[in-house]
Design a protein around this ligand. Structure first.
Ligand SMILES: Nc1nc2c(c(=O)[nH]1)N[C@H]1C(S)=C(S)[C@@H](COP(=O)(O)OP(=O)(O)OC[C@H]3O[C@@H](n4cnc5c(=O)[nH]c(N)nc54)[C@H](O)[C@@H]3O)O[C@H]1N2
Ligand SMILES: Nc1nc2c(c(=O)[nH]1)N[C@H]1C(S)=C(S)[C@@H](COP(=O)(O)OP(=O)(O)OC[C@H]3O[C@@H](n4cnc5c(=O)[nH]c(N)nc54)[C@H](O)[C@@H]3O)O[C@H]1N2
Ligand code: SF4
Ligand SMILES: [Mo]
Length: 702
């Protein structure tokens, strides 16, 4: 057998590192960073090597399985052929739609769909036939506020500016830990080196986080903040910029409106008002504001920690306003829009908000999706539009959505459930049928979404590393096959379905680099990727608003200021607040089955500050009960002064002890699910995004 060398992107996180994978036959010999990749320049993290473990994992399903129960109610899974699996699935969904109406079909799509371009291009072949109101995704446990704010300010949900870290002088970062996450809505491979280079050039990194994270440890300044109070901090910054006459919108001035209205509306949100709640002094806020305004090029960036909280929408609106008020939006070294080779902005609709609302709790839709916090109640509450059948694809909402235990208990009430997933895990164990796709290395790859968030414009297409095994189907083929069957069963007009690579090729040829002969054929000649240059200014042309202007005083966040003010008008109770955390060797809920990533000491610990431990008579290593309004889990306490007093931290994605989970290594070190404690009622009322950070909890020794 001959050795082969493949160039291939890592699809595990948003950093999209280029890899060199050496194979012999069906075996992977090595996985290394690709130095020729113009974006990642050879960088990888420990997760890349686990691609081999994922590919070779004996627990990964290779063909569809169907659930059956014996007389005693014991579950077993029977391997079935694709024709039976697809026919049964399509009949199950069509039957539900015919019997109960289209909204009786629920859909949940998870995070890996973003890293799998065939899922992006082909999910519509299933869903366009089933225009259910009950669509959900991981977006509303994550970045929903970013999309909404971009829709409101820039006219398109995908016009998300990214920090130009390689050229900046000052970086104010809130609620992000890129040293563990490798960056988010900010494709920035080798982020540590990029941040260190910024500091070496004399630049400054300021981190605002309730935990002294790996990123905070690298920073020039780190300030603890009380979870959920970032909107007050950001308002105090904006207030200072106005009060000290530091606002300078520079090149944005001609097409920016409404800042004066914002100034009036935020008059009461002084640094002193914020300091009462955030734990960051008014003097510190003023000094950060002055530095931000004084820097030649500066960035204000906030991620997961400030979007998945009760004021997530306001937080994301305010980070944009700060970048606008300091003239740093659309400026090299500031926050810039990208120019991806397939332009996701022009090839996707702008998105919409509040065109329908959820049946039970009256929550707003965004982009045709309802908040994931509402799935369980839509399944268990009787009435017209109740979810009776559920399709999950590349998602594990039992572990990843708030009050996951409630969902775990709701799923058995469904008439029919199907999961598009390679594993029998906490969610998919409830399915009647599981449809496993090919392994990631068996299909081609293009980063349709993530090139659009990258710190440099590049494009890369990779052929499959391995041939597709006989009788297996890619995710997109499964969508497409189900779509065809539903067309027949529901008597709908047939729709054409091209392979993803052809769709991409059309996008490349019609995209912003068409004058450079951009095409799939060109990318195939350069499997390490093609450099398309640095991010550049492109406003107002790039704006998708009808008037090509940015109206800073967007009505909904403006109105939401009152909710914030009322909530903080009085001093708050001194409750213990729960936050999450990520580890470089983790990836949400599904990568605990690979030895290289899980070896070493237990990571699912409850971090707690010594002062809080003393208050509650808790010692290091003690088993405790962590409880909230909705539930409780047991965990081992890890003493650390990394946390702000009054804050505890438990990572998400664990809880693999449940019966029927067939992920052997993960189940041996199961941990507990932090989302058995987070609360489905706790959300950002503006956007509907889940607030998995800042959850009031109590900790009691066992
Ligand atoms: N408390 C708390 N909760 C959180 C978070 C937090 O920080 N704290 N983070 C939130 C965030 S940011 C996110 S994105 C969500 C993630 O939420 P989800 O997307 O629901 O969960 P994942 O753990 O990413 O589950 C991914 C699933 O996809 C499957 N999968 C992997 N690759 C493929 C593939 O190629 N094809 C298919 N069909 N399936 C595949 C895996 O087996 C797994 O079942 O969790 C959210 N939940
Ligand atoms: N290794 C690894 N990498 C990943 C993932 C993973 O699970 N593991 N998941 C991927 C996914 S789906 C995503 S969305 C990204 C997320 O990427 P990031 O946004 O960088 O997410 P985190 O690393 O969770 O960092 C969030 C930070 O917010 C802080 N925080 C919590 N509450 C608050 C608050 O109220 N205010 C402030 N200011 N900070 C707060 C936390 O302490 C934490 O340091 O990571 C991606 N990359
Ligand atoms: S940083 Fe992300 S993309 Fe890069 S190797 Fe690690 S998991 Fe893969
Ligand atoms: Mo995420």
């Amino acid at each position: 057998m001959t050795k082969q060398t493949h160039r291939r992107a890592c699809h595990l996180c948003e950093a999209i590192c280029g890899l060199i994978i050496e194979t012999e036959g069906t075996e992977i010999l090595s996985i290394k960073g690709d130095k020729d990749d113009p974006l990642s320049r050879g960088h990888i993290c420990p997760k890349a090597v686990a691609l081999r473990d994922l590919h070779e994992d004996p627990d990964r399903l290779k063909g569809p399985v169907k659930k059956s129960r014996n007389a005693a109610g014991e579950v077993s899974w029977e391997a079935i052929g694709w024709t039976e699996a697809l026919d049964t699935t399509a009949r199950g969904l069509a039957h539900t739609i015919a019997k109960h109406g289209v909204n009786a079909m629920g859909i949940y799509l998870g995070n890996p769909s973003v890293h799998n371009y065939g899922m992006m291009t082909h999910q519509s072949s299933l869903f366009r036939h089933t225009r259910t109101n009950n669509r959900f995704s991981a977006t509303s446990v994550d970045q929903l506020p970013h999309h909404l704010v971009s829709l409101w300010l820039y006219g398109h949900k995908l016009l998300l500016p990214v920090p130009d870290v390689d050229n900046t002088d000052y970086f104010l970062m809130l609620g992000a830990n890129p040293l563990a996450s490798n960056g988010s809505i900010w494709t920035v491979p080798d982020v540590k080196k990029r941040l260190s280079s910024m500091q070496a050039r004399g630049g400054k990194l300021v981190v605002i986080d309730p935990r002294r994270t790996e990123t905070a440890a690298l920073a020039n300044e780190h300030h603890f903040i009380r979870p959920g109070t970032d909107a007050l901090f950001l308002l105090a910054i904006l207030h200072t910029l106005f009060a000290e006459d530091l606002v300078d919108t520079g090149h944005l001035t001609d097409f920016t409106t409404g800042l004066e209205n914002v100034r009036t509306a935020i008059d009461s949100f002084t640094p002193e008002f914020a300091a009462r709640h955030t734990g960051i002094s008014a003097a510190t806020v003023r000094s950060i504001s002055r530095e931000l305004a004084g820097a030649e090029r500066a960035i204000c960036y906030g991620r997961m920690g400030i979007s998945t909280q009760v004021y997530g929408g306001l937080c994301q609106w305010l980070t944009q306003l700060i970048n606008i008020a300091t003239g740093n939006l659309d400026k090299p070294g500031g926050s810039l829009f990208t120019t991806p080779a397939v332009d996701t902005v022009t090839t996707n609709g702008p998105g919409g908000f509040n065109r329908h609302r959820s049946r039970v709790r009256n929550l707003p839709e965004f982009d045709r999706e309802l908040p994931a916090s509402a799935i369980a109640e839509e399944i268990v509450t009787p009435g017209e539009g109740q979810i009776k059948a559920l399709f999950t694809g590349a998602g594990n909402p039992v572990l990843s959505t708030p009050n996951g235990r409630q969902l775990d208990e709701a799923l058995p009430q469904l008439e029919f459930m199907v999961s598009l997933d390679p594993y029998i895990n906490e969610t998919t164990r409830h399915a009647d049928i599981i449809l496993p796709p090919t392994s990631p290395l068996e299909h081609d790859h293009y980063d349709l979404t993530l090139h659009a968030f990258a710190v440099r414009n590049t494009a890369r297409y990779n052929e499959p590393v391995f041939d597709k095994p006989e009788g297996s189907l890619h995710d997109w083929e499964i969508f497409s096959e189900l779509g065809k069957r539903l067309e027949k069963l529901l008597d709908l007009p047939p729709q054409q379905s091209l392979p993803p690579s052809q769709i991409i090729d059309m996008g490349l040829q019609a995209g912003p680099y068409s004058d450079q002969d951009m095409s799939l054929a060109l990318l195939k000649k350069h499997p390490s990727g093609i450099d398309l240059g640095p991010l550049v200014s492109q406003l107002p042309e790039r704006l998708a608003t009808a008037t090509k202007t940015i109206a800073c005083d967007a009505p909904l966040p403006m109105a939401d200021l009152e909710r914030l003010f009322n909530a903080f008008a009085e001093d708050q109770e001194n409750e213990l607040l729960l936050i999450g955390r990520r580890h470089i060797r983790s990836n949400n809920s599904w990568m605990h089955n690979f030895h290289p990533l899980i070896k070493g000491r237990d990571r699912c610990t409850l971090m707690m500050h010594p002062e809080d431990m003393a208050k509650h008579k808790i010692s290091d290593g003690l088993r405790v009960s962590l409880s909230s309004r909705v539930g409780a889990v047991e965990a081992t306490v890890e003493q650390t002064d990394e946390l702000m007093p009054g804050v505890v931290s438990l990572p998400h994605g664990f809880g693999h002890h449940r019966s029927g989970v067939q992920m052997e290594k993960a189940s041996q070190r199961p941990g507990v699910s932090c989302n058995d404690v987070t609360d489905h009622q706790l959300l950002d009322e503006l956007s509907g995004n889940a607030a998995v950070n800042g959850v009031p909890v109590t900790v009691t020794p066992l």
